[in-house]
Design a binder for this molecule. Structure first.
Ligand SMILES: [Zn+2]
Length: 324
């Protein structure tokens, strides 16, 4: 993975050598354009990540936070986070009362944000406000591991995995004359209601859009595959089928996979997909939209797990589509 922490800045820098131009709009979308003739195709993955915001600093210098995007409060105690203050990163740990002091009822009670505190080592409020301020964003500490069988673990694969697909495609097509006009978009604010994608789709007005995001893998204990489908890591990227997807575009992508022996899986989405495709489909006079997803275990946690093989399968399918 080429992207780790400062996703949006890295995306611009990494994609720049492979395209004709890169621009940023008011919402913070990054739009890289590879000029060509014919169909206007937008590939989109989001660069915003789930994170926290500092909401309060108490007299003793402890910080309180709220989530921006869906983060389960119960996974936060005893975590390290990084608070972005101006251009600095301030380390903090989320406190947890030791087991010695917990009574049975307290140890099993539900964890809520109001009862979590962040310790940055400050002596008091004045000392804390020298380092951070209310409104600062805070992120999971980036700790990456290569697991066995081509699996990778760490935060932000939602949607750095999708951005990785876009970067690999831009690089692959750099010296190739594709029969289309391609926009590689890293959208902003997907996690809080797909806000960036709406604006990007209206501005670009593509003929076709392929949205690349993560989707839930269901191949681990406690998951019910009858309810949530059977999606496994390492078995290929996932093509969504349902009313949020233009059926013949789904068929085209699926046929590319079948004809080229590229592994793929199908996810049935009878409802809006919960990705940028949800709003892009409705932009302009309606846009032909598909969703290609990378399976992900433990989404929105500090250790999301994905497979490099699934990223490669998405690059192969979309790459063949762009060249056909
Ligand atoms: Zn996502």
């Amino acid at each position: 993975m080429r992207l780790a922490y400062n996703t949006s800045k890295d995306f611009s820098a990494v994609i720049k050598p492979f395209v004709n131009g890169v621009s940023t709009d008011i919402l913070g979308n990054i739009i890289a354009h590879k000029q060509g003739q014919g169909t206007r195709i937008m590939l989109i993955a989001h660069h915003d990540v789930v994170c926290l915001m500092v909401t309060y600093i108490d007299d003793n210098g402890f910080l309180y936070v709220k989530p921006s995007g869906g983060i389960d409060a119960s996974l936060l105690p005893a975590r390290k986070i990084l608070i972005k203050h101006e251009d600095k990163l301030v380390a903090g740990v989320i406190g947890k009362k030791p087991a010695h002091f917990l009574r049975d009822e307290a140890s099993s009670s539900k964890i809520v944000y109001e009862e979590l505190w962040v310790d940055i080592g400050a002596k008091n409020r004045a000392d804390a406000t020298e380092m951070v301020t209310i409104g600062d964003y805070a992120y999971f500490s980036p700790d990456y591991e290569e697991l066995s069988n081509d699996l990778i673990a760490g935060p932000f694969f939602d949607d750095n995995a999708g951005l990785e697909v876009l970067l690999a495609l831009a690089e692959q097509l750099h010296e190739v004359n594709v029969p289309c006009d391609v926009y590689f978009v890293a959208s902003n604010y997907e996690e809080i209601g797909m806000r960036g994608a709406i604006v990007a789709a209206q501005a670009i007005q593509p003929d076709v859009c392929i949205c690349v995001d993560v989707t839930h893998a269901t191949d681990y204990p406690t998951m019910n595959t009858v309810c949530f489908g059977d999606i496994k890591l390492g078995k290929g990227c996932v093509l969504a089928k349902g009313p949020n997807v233009f059926l013949s575009l789904f068929d085209t992508l699926r046929n590319i996979a079948i004809n080229n022996d590229i592994p793929y899986q199908i996810e049935v989405s009878p409802y809006p997909t919960g990705t940028d495709a949800n709003v892009i489909q409705l932009a302009s006079r309606g846009i032909k939209t598909a969703v290609v997803s990378i399976p992900c275990r433990y989404m929105h946690t500090p250790y999301e797990v994905c497979s490099k093989k699934d990223i490669a399968s998405a690059v192969s399918i979309i790459g063949d589509y762009l060249q056909s």
